[in-house]
Design a protein around this ligand. Structure first.
Ligand code: AG3
Length: 280
């Protein structure tokens, strides 16, 4: 048995997450970041960007399903979806499971992330040929700023941590662009880091969303073993005041396969633990 480990040390939490690896499959220094792919003994393939774990074959379904389905079922009729980041195409695949979605644009700044995903996570890219999908490799901040007003139903920000290329995806100016591009009742989803270790970051992010003019906000925690602390979250923000307590009835039988998301899981994720409720 190999005893080589890839470990991400997480400075903020004084903890790490590690995977036993058999070999490094690939590595590229793109114009934006260093992307590494490892083969692991138990988690399938592993993608790392600038030292931070992005996904493993084994557990990415938890994150990608929670980044997509709660928001899409909280919207009455999502037809047009934009994904900022998400170059591995895992979120795109989940979004396209919704038959009502007529158009899904994925805009990641780094084409190399998608090229690596096609090679090492082909299952995530299986819907890329869907005529409703459009893959752009461009700056998501500029893309959102230039998008027509009230032209999108859901914006999903599937970013890396708020350092490096993703830093500008967590501030008021970016959220203002998102708000403008959303139709009334539209929803912004942002991956919002660890609900245990990074609560201050989450609070700042939520404040920036409020300052930008979003109405109802809801942070949904979910398990994600490969990320720091093993527990992660997404935050939903509405253009309007309608809260997230209820969602469409067809979530009970979505008509497509999921491995984590169900209506009951959705309801469970809406329950905020008291310590977190106190903070937010
Ligand atoms: N999105 C998220 C990641 C943040 C992980 N942070 C870390 N490991 N320090 C990854 C993209 C998945 N589509």
């Amino acid at each position: 048995m190999s005893d080589t480990w890839f470990r991400e040390d997480f400075e903020h939490t004084g903890s790490s997450i590690g995977f036993r690896v058999t070999r490094k499959l690939d590595q590229v220094q793109s114009d934006f970041q260093k992307i590494e792919i490892y083969e692991t003994t138990d988690w399938g393939n592993l993608m790392v960007i600038d030292g931070a774990v992005m996904l493993t074959t084994r557990d990415n379904f938890l994150y990608h399903e929670m980044m997509s389905h709660p928001a899409l079922f909280a919207h009455p009729d999502p037809q047009s979806v934009v994904i900022i980041g998400g170059g591995d195409c895992g979120t795109l695949r989940e979004v396209l499971k919704h038959r009502g979605v007529k158009k899904a644009v994925q805009c990641d700044i780094d084409e190399q992330v998608t090229r690596m995903a096609e090679k090492y996570f082909p299952e995530l890219c299986e819907s890329n040929g869907d005529p409703r999908a459009e893959l752009l490799f461009d700056d998501g901040i500029a893309y959102m700023a230039n998008l027509g007003a009230e032209s999108v139903d859901v914006v999903i920000v599937d970013s890396t941590d708020p350092v490096g290329p993703a830093e500008g995806l967590f501030n008021r100016a970016f959220y203002e662009s998102c708000l403008k591009a959303l139709r009334p009742g539209g929803i912004l989803v942002q991956q919002s880091e660890s609900p245990l270790a990074l609560v201050q970051l989450m609070k700042d992010m939520r404040q920036a969303m409020r300052d930008a003019g979003f109405g109802a906000l809801k942070t949904l925690p979910f398990p994600q073993p490969c990320y720091p602390t093993g527990w992660w979250s997404c935050t939903l923000a509405r253009k309007g005041e309608e809260g997230f307590e209820t969602f469409r009835a067809d979530a009970e039988s979505p008509g497509f396969a999921t491995r984590y998301y169900t209506a009951a899981i959705h309801r469970g994720a809406l329950a905020t633990p008291p310590y977190l409720a106190e903070e937010l």
